[in-house]
Design a protein around this ligand. Structure first.
Ligand code: FAD
Length: 484
């Protein structure tokens, strides 16, 4: 039996990986008994902010990670495909449908028991009953205290901020245009199946004067008080717009408001700056402001964001906000298998383990789930090569410099470099992806965790209670020849 605490992206994926290999799992999820400040439903794998799983092409590291996860049988990826909404070269989903699919699959699984309770201290673990902690960035106080006493001063807090959402019908369509950057919606129809040829993003174009007015209002806007935050540190990839704006007048034009690759069809030229809006639900009535996470006061957001061309009369379904992010210092306490050093029956996964993002959290849950199975079954631990995105992520989270550790999204920069790299950046990325997928296939074919031979299926069909480890090996050898 495996005990998994937290039914978010990581915990749900870990549960799926273990249960689909015949291991019984108890999954503990505290919602709805104990809500968090951000989750809105009692569903598993609820997406708390953006509905995007980011890039979905192989010239992009998170696109590669997703492709690897598909090949590793990820439930999160399967549910994401089944709830996909148009988003250019990205994989974005209808959040309700997505979490409904994950919840339904796990609730129906005969080996999964979902327990709706808050876990207050780290449960006892053993090689027969490993524990995976996947309680995410909003882990409650009691469990945080228990984790802090385990990891000591390496247990840190830090903070992120999230983007506002507008009601689609309140966008002034006469001022905006639809397009994907570099027209990437073209040729995307194969990946997504939905493309009206107009491009998936709604772009709000700025003239120089409009940008200056917006910029001045933004830097003068009042920020919300960040209460009981002992330490205010933002993840560089998720900086609030006002923090970026304070770094210089043009910082936003080279960041979330960059106009490159976008041509306004009415002027035939590139705008001075752009705010991109992305569809946020399947109904298409909510659009989120891409990369516009902010902590300015809601009353101020209502004033400043209406200076964006096309949003003068916009109705905001949700304003941006700041949130807590709790995580452990991965390199100080975790091994490459997501096990706590010196306590092999205890795993951390998801945002709590020191990774960043939906996909990365699910990927770490996938690996922790596989390794918990390996531990019980007496199999070799699952450590994919560092030439793969998932192997590189495992390595980074356990081997980066613990003194200056920052949770990381997956990037090509943390994947082992090519021996003979092509000169062009694009070719280099594609070559890294091609090598990763070939290496992943080779690794999977040599790992007992991916055995799906006829004899295994026959053994499982004959035995309602899964048989693992040495006993499994012995029984497999004795199976009648016609079943092998
Ligand atoms: C406000 C906010 C906005 C974010 N925006 C984004 C974004 O736009 N894009 C992105 O990629 N990432 C975003 N993140 C990060 C995001 O949380 C992670 O990427 C992802 O949800 C992490 O998955 P997880 O499984 O680790 O945690 P979660 O998905 O948070 O799952 C943890 C689960 O554990 C449960 N739980 C917690 N404590 C206990 C306990 N003691 N006992 C039992 N159950 C417990 C929680 O209820 C929750 O269901 C955001 C985070 C926050 C807080």
């Amino acid at each position: 039996m495996i005990h998994i605490v937290g039914g978010g992206l990581a915990g749900s994926e870990a549960t799926w990986q273990a249960a689909s290999r015949g291991m019984p799992v108890s999954l503990y999820e505290m919602r709805p008994v104990r809500p968090t400040a951000v989750h809105k439903t009692d569903r598993l794998a609820e997406l708390v902010c953006s509905n995007s799983f980011r890039g979905d092409k192989l010239d992009n590291a998170v696109g590669l990670l997703k492709e690897e996860m598909r090949r590793l049988g990820s439930l999160v990826l399967r549910a994401a495909e089944a709830s996909r909404v148009p988003a250019g070269a990205a994989l974005a989903v209808d959040r309700d449908r997505f979490s409904e699919i994950v919840t339904g699959e796990l609730a129906r699984h005969p080996l999964v028991t979902i327990r709706r309770e808050e876990i207050l201290t780290i449960p006892a673990s053993s090689e027969r009953e490993p524990v995976i902690i996947a309680t995410g960035p909003l882990t409650g106080q009691a469990l945080s205290t228990s984790i802090r006493s385990l990891v000591g001063r390496d247990h840190l807090y830090f903070y992120d901020a999230i983007s506002p959402i507008v009601l689609a019908e309140t966008i002034d369509r006469s001022k905006v245009f639809r397009a994907s950057r570099w027209d990437r919606s073209l040729g995307r129809s194969q990946a997504c199946g939905v493309d009206d040829g107009e491009g998936d993003y709604v772009n709000c174009p700025f003239t120089r004067d409009q940008y200056d007015r917006f910029y001045d209002a933004l830097v003068q806007a009042e920020s919300a008080t960040v209460h009981d935050f002992d330490r205010e540190r933002f993840f560089e990839g998720c900086l609030p717009i006002e923090v970026m704006a304070h770094r210089g007048r043009d910082t936003l034009r080279f960041g979330p408001m960059k106009p490159v690759g976008l041509v306004d069809p009415r002027s035939g030229s590139m705008p001075y700056a752009v705010v991109q809006l992305r569809q946020d639900n399947l109904a298409g009535d909510h659009y989120s402001l891409v990369g516009f996470q902010t902590q300015i006061k809601w009353s101020e957001q209502s004033r400043v964001l209406r200076l964006i061309p096309g949003l003068e009369e916009a109705e905001f379904v949700r304003f941006g906000m700041v949130h807590r992010n709790t995580y452990v210092n991965g390199p100080a306490i975790l091994s490459e298998t997501w096990q706590v050093k010196g306590r092999p029956a205890l795993f951390f996964a998801g945002q709590m383990s020191g990774v960043e993002g939906y996909v990365e959290s699910a990927a770490s849950g996938l690996m922790a789930g596989l390794n918990a199975v390996a531990l019980i079954a007496g199999l070799a631990p699952a450590v994919p090569p560092r030439t793969t995105a998932i192997g590189a992520l495992s390595y980074y989270a356990s081997h980066a410099d613990p003194q200056h550790y920052e949770p990381s999204n997956i990037t090509f920069g943390i994947i082992e470099p090519l021996e003979h790299a092509p000169r062009s950046r694009m070719e280099r990325k594609l070559a890294l992806s091609a090598r990763a997928l070939a290496d992943l296939t080779r690794w999977m074919s040599g790992s007992d965790l991916f055995r799906s031979g006829r004899s295994d299926q026959a053994l499982d069909a004959l035995n309602p209670v899964p048989i693992v480890g040495e006993r499994r090996k012995a029984l497999l050898e004795r199976l009648p020849a016609e079943l092998q």
